[in-house]
Design a protein. Structure first.
Length: 299
């Protein structure tokens, strides 16, 4: 049954099914892996909301749309943003290094915000997105945007409870001797916009970072870092405090830049959906350029 638009098919749900089962019936020429590819690329929507969950429970009366082209998600991916999850409330993306989260000052360059804003406006020109948290320009990995001011406020006002896991991978200079540890300080910003640690609890914002060494060579250490707080440049400052600056981070003391980018990647973001209450977890693979540093001479 056609939708009245090119290269799309629409199907009315007349019985309760899981989405995969429904699509296998409606698309008999498609293999299970072929259907999974459609879901992965954001080509399946239910009542005009993109769904990627293959076991999504369908209800009678819903409309399932199959889009045979991949314009929106592919467009975003070409612009350094890969959409991992999207519903009517949220967008979770994997951002590449080198892309600003949101414009600063008068900068008019492309940002994750501007790319995703254009993406949601293709569905409806009135649609908007709202910043929930940020990643530094040169940090890659998982981040989230809200699709309404209400959802943005629900997430930000209860961030510590809503977000159950935020972990990063970073490559630092030198051999970190302690296998794991915790760094606590109070972060302040200088007049030159550089963050620095204070030991005075009455001065600055408390920042707590937990780290664990994963791999090492004589020159570098690969760490998993978990945030208890999310302050500006927190991991970068705390690694500098540890005496092991993140590679490529000249601002915070790095002497080397072997991968031609900042060695910091947001690997995991897990949270409770602010509307449905469902626990969601999204992960971005560790950049290969990080891992290549540890393929030889690993300790």
């Amino acid at each position: 049954m056609g939708c009245g638009m090119a290269r799309e098919d629409c199907f009315k749900v007349t019985e309760e099914y899981e989405l995969m089962e429904f699509l296998q019936v409606k698309l008999p020429d498609k293999s299970r892996n072929g259907i999974k590819a459609l879901l992965k690329h954001g080509q399946i929507s239910i009542d005009n909301q993109v769904v990627s969950q293959f076991n999504y429970p369908l209800k009678i009366g819903q409309q399932v749309k199959v889009t045979w082209t991949k314009p929106a998600a592919e467009n975003c991916r070409a612009q350094k943003v890969n959409i991992i999850f999207e519903d009517q409330h949220l967008i979770v993306v994997d951002k590449q290094a080198g892309l600003l989260s949101i414009a600063t000052g008068r900068e008019q360059e492309q940002t994750a915000y501007s790319i995703l804003s254009a993406h949601v406006k293709r569905e409806n020109p009135d649609n908007k997105i709202f910043v929930v948290h940020r990643l530094d320009r040169d940090t890659s990995g998982v981040m989230m945007f809200a699709k309404s001011e209400n959802v943005q406020q629900l997430l930000q006002s209860d961030w510590k409870r809503v977000v159950v896991e935020r972990s990063y991978i970073c490559v630092v200079e030198g051999l970190v001797r302690q296998a794991q540890g915790t760094i606590t300080s109070w972060l302040k910003e200088s007049k030159t916009l550089v963050m620095y640690s204070s030991r005075n609890p009455d001065s600055g914002q408390k920042a707590v970072t937990h780290y664990q060494v994963l791999k090492q060579t004589k020159s570098y250490s690969l760490l998993e870092v978990k945030l208890e707080t999310g302050r500006k440049n927190q991991i970068r400052v705390h690694m500098h405090d540890l005496g092991h600056s993140i590679i490529g981070d000249k601002k915070y003391g790095a002497k080397t830049n072997p991968v031609k980018r900042l060695g910091l990647h947001a690997k995991v973001l897990a949270f409770y959906h602010p509307i449905t209450g469902e626990r969601l977890r999204y992960e971005s693979p560790v950049p290969q350029e990080f891992l290549r540093l540890f393929k030889q001479s690993a300790r």
